[in-house]
Design a protein around this ligand. Structure first.
Ligand code: PGA
Length: 252
């Protein structure tokens, strides 16, 4: 049995005071209401990493970043390295989110380098993949997602790939209120797991968590998370409201 993971992606939202407030609210609800074995991750903007980490100390909540550089260090103004995150003992980092792919031109080869940097510093990459609407409509979504996974992860050794978390996020479901049906999610997760199995063997494929992302809400979380190959969720909009986020966690 894989442990379920619920990761909130705050994206570029909240001010410092609001971030502290949200982290505190999530913590209070989680401590009172969440029992059972769920890993909870808050992926917050860089400036709030340490302060939110302090706010959730001694709870089951971990902190993650939303990106890191493909470089070690040096003259890359505005960038944040995996080493910096590791030095703040931040355990998770989202890589390859569709917004990074779309607005910042991040492609598979670059993401492979970022995955390497994250792993080299013992960060757990939450590697995102997923197809845009036109690809879904053309029916080539499986091929595209498989190519994304292959391009950025298949250079990894068995030891390394075991440390990765995959997040399948159909772009047409992100922030649109349009969720994939549980069947669509399960089908794609099974495709990814089968692909991982063909490359790395069944034991490793069974151990890698595959999260679903795209308009996960309290009222659809339980059904999606009950699919056999869905190991939790990456939650955007609904992670900005403590009540909704915690209800989603309870759905796992
Ligand atoms: P959403 O975002 O839950 O707002 O659709 C998900 C994501 O972008 O990770």
């Amino acid at each position: 049995m894989r442990t379920k993971i619920i990761a909130g992606n705050w994206k570029m939202n909240k001010t410092l005071e609001e971030a502290k407030e949200l982290a505190t609210e999530v913590k209070n609800h989680v401590t009172k209401e969440v029992t059972g074995n769920v890993k909870i991750v808050l992926c917050v903007p860089f400036p709030f990493l340490l302060v939110t980490k302090d706010h959730v100390l001694q709870t089951s909540i971990s902190i993650g970043a939303q990106n890191c550089s493909e470089h070690d260090s040096g003259a890359y103004t505005g960038e944040v390295s995996a080493a910096m995150l590791a030095s703040m003992t931040i355990p998770y980092v989202i890589l390859g989110h569709s917004e990074r792919r779309q607005y910042f031109g991040e492609g598979g080869k670059l993401l492979a380098k970022k995955v390497d940097k994250a792993l080299a510093h013992s960060l757990i990459p939450i590697f995102c993949c997923g197809e845009p609407l036109e690809i879904r409509e053309k029916g080539t979504h499986e091929a595209l997602v498989r190519a994304q996974v292959e391009e950025s992860l298949f250079h990894l050794s068995e030891e390394a790939v075991k440390k990765v978390v995959v997040a399948y996020e159909p772009v047409w479901a992100i922030g649109t209120g349009k969720t994939a049906t549980s069947q669509q999610a399960q089908d794609m997760h099974a495709v990814i797991r089968k692909q991982l199995s063909a490359k790395y063997g069944e034991a490793i494929a069974q151990a890698i968590p595959i999260l679903y992302g795209g308009s996960v809400k309290p009222d659809n979380a339980k059904e999606i998370f009950s699919c056999p190959d869905v190991d939790g969720g990456l939650v955007g909009g609904a992670s900005l409201k403590a009540r909704d986020f915690v209800d989603i966690i309870k759905g796992a």
